[in-house]
Ligand binder design. Structure first.
Ligand SMILES: *Cc1c(COP(=O)(O)O)cnc(C)c1O
Length: 249
């Protein structure tokens, strides 16, 4: 997982390279979906633009990617300002996702124009989102981020704490929980193990909470493991670095 956000991308990205990578990723998603007996339309590709500037993000949108995700509030706001000016008059309006740790003092501005908060990782954050959503007069779609591998340095709610957290979230009427988000642990030998755990956890919660929640979304899979994730039931893959590889690299 490339974490160095500046060095992995030298100046050789172009509108063509981004379009080519987008088309290759959509094709691989379609193949992985079919392989697991599902329709490609059941899997949303969220383009993670945290490594690139607004111009490059706009190329990705131009190539056909209408779900864009950021992991830092400031970067989300900047890209929204730059891209929404162009995309709002377009049929392909951008759906913005937030995927990083959200500090409570940044919640108001972050949820104001968001399609999906993928990283709801504490009840305290949820309470803040509830208050901010109330003041904005909106309701917020969210995924609960689960630390499915249990690795101590990972964000997210531990699997065993999820039922209690969902009990609390059930009382917050401005938050619509749509499912779970997670990633494979760094120590996990085969990412499928963690993806299968997350899917099982979601299925358990569906049984436990019935129609109190609509937990249809399973956001799992990144550049290095999205095909495995789709085969294990992912409905949403979050792809960053793979989309921004220069041609020929
Ligand atoms: C950066 C990031 C991604 C995308 O990772 P890539 O490996 O670059 O595709 C996905 N999910 C989260 C939570 C991230 O922070």
């Amino acid at each position: 997982m490339p974490i160095d956000e500046s060095k992995s991308l030298v100046g050789s990205l172009s509108v063509e390279s981004v379009a080519l990578q987008w088309s290759s990723v959509t094709q691989r998603v379609a193949e992985a979906s079919k392989k697991s007996g599902r329709s490609p339309s059941e899997v949303t590709i969220v383009g993670i633009t945290k490594y690139v500037d607004s111009q490059t993000a706009m190329w990705l949108w131009g190539a056909g990617c209408t779900d864009l995700g950021e992991s830092r509030p400031q970067s989300l706001w900047e890209k929204q300002a730059a891209l929404d000016a162009v995309s709002l008059s377009d049929e392909r309006k951008i759906r913005w996702h937030f995927i990083g740790h959200l500090q409570r003092n940044k919640s108001l501005k972050t949820i104001a124009n968001l399609s999906l908060l993928q990283s709801l990782d504490s009840v305290r954050l949820a309470q803040q989102v509830q208050r901010d959503a109330e003041s904005l007069g909106i309701s917020v779609d969210a995924l609960v981020e689960v630390n499915v591998s249990g690795e101590p340095n990972k964000t997210g709610i531990l699997s065993q704490d999820l039922p209690a957290v969902l009990d609390d979230l059930a009382g917050l009427d401005r938050i619509q929980v749509r499912g779970l988000m997670g990633m494979a642990g760094l120590q996990t030998t085969n990412p499928r193990t963690d993806f299968a755990k997350l899917r099982k956890l979601r299925d358990d919660m569906v049984i436990r909470f019935g129609d109190q929640f609509q937990l249809g979304q399973l956001s799992m899979g990144m550049s290095g493991d999205f095909e495995e994730a789709i085969e294990e039931g992912s409905t949403m893959v979050r792809i960053g670095s793979l989309l921004f590889e220069p041609i020929g690299s």
